[in-house]
Design a protein around this ligand. Structure first.
Ligand SMILES: [Zn+2]
Length: 131
């Protein structure tokens, strides 16, 4: 009985895992507002979280019991709870970066697609219409 209680403490619930990783994803998203690529640190965080999960699942002492208790659906759920917030942080940072870049280029009289200076209605570099 005490061994079972010890094992259930090993892996957090889906909700708690998601909340913790969502909190870190917000930090990585905030970093991504400074430089969008800083948000990619979230991917390293997700890899670390998945590595630690598998370190528990493959441990000779608890792994088998843990897997039987979680089930494969629980394992997949833990992966989703770890990776989804981090992927959302990187994706949102990149999309906001692209939006800001496009606005800045239009404001500076540059092609929003390639950044080449444009005077007319078409970019002389890539041929796209400019707003
Ligand atoms: Zn262009």
């Amino acid at each position: 009985m005490s061994a079972l209680a010890e094992i259930t403490d090993k892996v957090a619930s889906f909700g708690l895992t998601f909340l913790v990783h969502a909190a870190f994803a917000l930090v990585f998203f905030a970093l991504g507002r400074i430089r969008w690529w800083l948000s990619t640190l979230a991917l390293l965080w997700a890899v670390l979280g998945i590595y630690l999960l598998w370190a528990e699942l493959l441990s000779p002492r608890f792994g088998e019991t843990l897997l039987s208790e979680l089930g494969w659906s629980g394992v997949v759920g833990q992966h989703l709870a770890i990776a989804t917030p981090q992927l959302a942080a990187v994706g949102a940072s990149y999309l906001l970066h692209r939006r800001d870049q496009r606005r800045r280029r239009i404001g500076d009289g540059e092609c929003p697609a390639c950044g080449y200076p444009v005077a007319g209605s078409r970019c002389p570099e890539c041929g796209r219409r400019t707003p």
